[in-house]
Structures are given as structure tokens and as C-alpha cells.
Design a protein around this ligand. Sequence first.
Ligand SMILES: Cc1cc2nc3c(=O)[nH]c(=O)nc-3n(C[C@H](O)[C@H](O)[C@H](O)COP(=O)(O)OP(=O)(O)OC[C@H]3O[C@@H](n4cnc5c(N)ncnc54)[C@H](O)[C@@H]3O)c2cc1C
Length: 146
Amino acid sequence: MADHTPYRAIVIGGSLGGLFAAAALREIGWTVDVYERSVNELDIRGGGIVMQRDLLEAFRFAGIAHGPQFSVPSRDRQFLDASGAARFRQRMLQAQTSWNVLYNTLRTGLPEGVVHAGLALSGIEQDGARVEAILSNGERARAHLF
Ligand SMILES: Cc1cc2nc3c(=O)[nH]c(=O)nc-3n(C[C@H](O)[C@H](O)[C@H](O)COP(=O)(O)OP(=O)(O)OC[C@H]3O[C@@H](n4cnc5c(N)ncnc54)[C@H](O)[C@@H]3O)c2cc1C
């Protein structure tokens, strides 16, 4: 959604939580800037994640599109012992996704210029209903929500 309301939010941290918050706020019309202290993309951080119904509902709420390759079905869980030998198998129909798939889906769903990599929050100043973020490069960013 384009930036239509006069409301501006600043999100600190461009990982899963921050990107989801940014997508959800944009979906209801807010202007959002995300500041992430890491200069690198974060898509090497995580492992597998069970795709619970809550996750799909959250993505729907935030208007985040995802394709059929978003998850793979799994039928069983296997429990291994310390040597790696299979000890127990349990029937459990689930869909599996991964941290990286979630991150990349959220990250590419945001337009250029929303995520500012390599900038950390170093301070906050509040003045009535407005908040000002002080960033590691000395810049200040104002917002209604922080
Ligand atoms: C190595 C690792 C692997 C994991 N793998 C999985 C997994 O496979 N599945 C799973 O469910 N969970 C996993 N987790 C748990 C993980 O905590 C969550 O999946 C998820 O990353 C939490 O998201 P978040 O946005 O709340 O926090 P985080 O991912 O911790 O993100 C916080 C972000 O804020 C940034 N930040 C912090 N302070 C500032 C500042 N002052 N200014 C700017 N930016 C700042 C950080 O750089 C960071 O990118 C893993 C955790 C780790 C550490």
C-alpha cells in the first residue's frame, strides 16, 4: 500500500519482528522506516520453522504475498539418538518453512528505501506525541510511533 496517512512509524531492528511490524503498519497506511544496525542481509540466521496457522494469518493480515514454494509438507517426525540412529518415528502431518524463507519474503515485500541497513538506534527523545530517534550516524528521524 502506498504511504497515504500522515502517520509515521520507526521500527528498530530489521529481522523477522521488525519486518513484519513494518509490513503490517504499511498495510494500514502508515509510512514506515526500519533501521537495522547490521549492514548485511540477515538471511543466514535461522533454521526450520513449522508453518503454523497463526503464521499464515499474520501474513494475510499484513498483506504479504507468498507463493506455493513457501513451505513443504512433512508427514513424520523422527527422533535420533546421540549416534544419529533413528529411535522413534511419529506420524505428524505439518507444513515446514524456514527462517530464511520468512525473512526473504518479508524483506522483498517491502519497497526500496524502507529498510535502512547499517544504522543503529543510539538514543530517543520524546516531545509530546512525537518521538525522535537518534541514529548512529548522528541523523535524527521523527515519528508518531516507535
Ligand atoms: C542463530 C539463531 C538462529 C535461530 N533460528 C531460529 C529458527 O530457525 N526458528 C525459529 O523459530 N527461531 C529461531 N531463532 C529465534 C529467533 O530469535 C527468532 O526466530 C527471530 O529471529 C526473532 O525475531 P525478532 O525480530 O524478534 O528478533 P531478532 O531476530 O533478534 O532481531 C532483532 C534485530 O534488531 C537489530 N537491532 C538490535 N538493536 C538495534 C539497534 N539499537 N539499532 C538497530 N537495530 C538493532 C538486530 O541487529 C536484529 O537484527 C534463532 C535465533 C538465533 C540467534
